[in-house]
Ligand binder design. Sequence first.
Ligand code: NIG
Ligand code: FE
Length: 422
Amino acid sequence: MGRLLIKNAKALVGTHPAGVERVAGAAMGHLPAVEDAWLLAEEGRITSFGTMAEWPGVSDWNGLEVIDATDRYVLPGWCDPHTHTVFAAPREEEFVMKIRGASYQDIAAAGGGILNSARKLRAMDEDDLFQQAEARLREMMRQGTVAVEIKSGYGLSFESELKMLRVARRLGEALPLQVRTTLLAAHALPEEYKHDREGYLRLITDELLPAVADEKLADFIDVFCETNYFTVAEMERVLEAGARFGLSGKVHVNQFTSLGAIQAAVKHGALSVDHLEVMEEADLFALDGAATIPTLLPSCSFFLRIPYAPARAIIDRGCAVALATDHNPGSTPSGNMNLVVSLACIQLRMLPAEAINASTLNAAAAMGLAHELGSITVGKRASLIITRPVPSLAYLPYSFGSDHIDTVIIDGKPERSGEALA
Ligand code: NIG
Ligand code: FE
């Protein structure tokens, strides 16, 4: 791996000091930056940066790649800590049913939804799944994503859950972006266990988890805790089993109903609680002082026409909010973090600085990667976005739907090259 110099940047954005691994509450509104700046990356890591006025120059130009970032911002690449991006087929027929008036729950009751995806995924072999997901991840990288969490949950059987996680691990090895994986076998009760919840839970805790741990296939454990899916008590049981194998929780909670799942997840030390569209006072209260990261998914609300998470109330009580796409065929067929940042500002009323912190440092924290990614800090991976010339940072979410990215750099290497690359 070589060396890369970025010079004349309008600003390096998100220059959080080493050791700051998340920002919470009022601090989320502060996005540290260095204006008129340079940055040097060596062997894939950020090794130094500063202002052009104090640029020490270059003693050895040999093999140095140079990017002139005049008028352009340099940001940490997006981290996406909640996706289901390994799946067998899109579900646009359900999209049309929704336009005609069906709800997510109506579709699931008619045999669609997660079970529909599971039928198709079970029939598909590992290589086909890999190729499809690879194409999706390449598109996400072009859109600035440098790290992604990928869940299982469309296998819903011993073999197919392992198949999904193996595909996710292979993606991490084959592609330059960082991949973290999550076992979400408790995503829906599969057809064969319709009358045997206990049997399926035992399959997860007694068979799948040991096999997943044996092959080191997962970093986290997830449960879809929701009416008609899994109860709070069942989620607790799966979280406890996961903990015995060293997996901390990242759980789907409060998407359609408030069941007390946040309180339980916090009690079990979950790393993140995700969705949070339906929040009662007690749910907000449960987040106070908790280390668990509320992870909001505004493009899911947009697509399903469900309420948006109360981001303001959550930030204003001092939490460290993260943002993610939730990329999946049923509720969010988009892996575009730029859209998430725009929706966070437009619909969640997050300030641009808050939305950027939530999609970089806090998003990295929500997948256990804040020591490596999420800010422009010496020692971290040089995984960066260089924008096109834009008038201000607020212009990025403001001018939604346009592509403002010129170059994406992952581990010091341009993955998408634009005009800035000389
Ligand atoms: O996060 N809510 C549960 N899981 C996904 C949707 C899965 C699907 O519909 O395929 C979500 O929205
Ligand atoms: Fe999800």
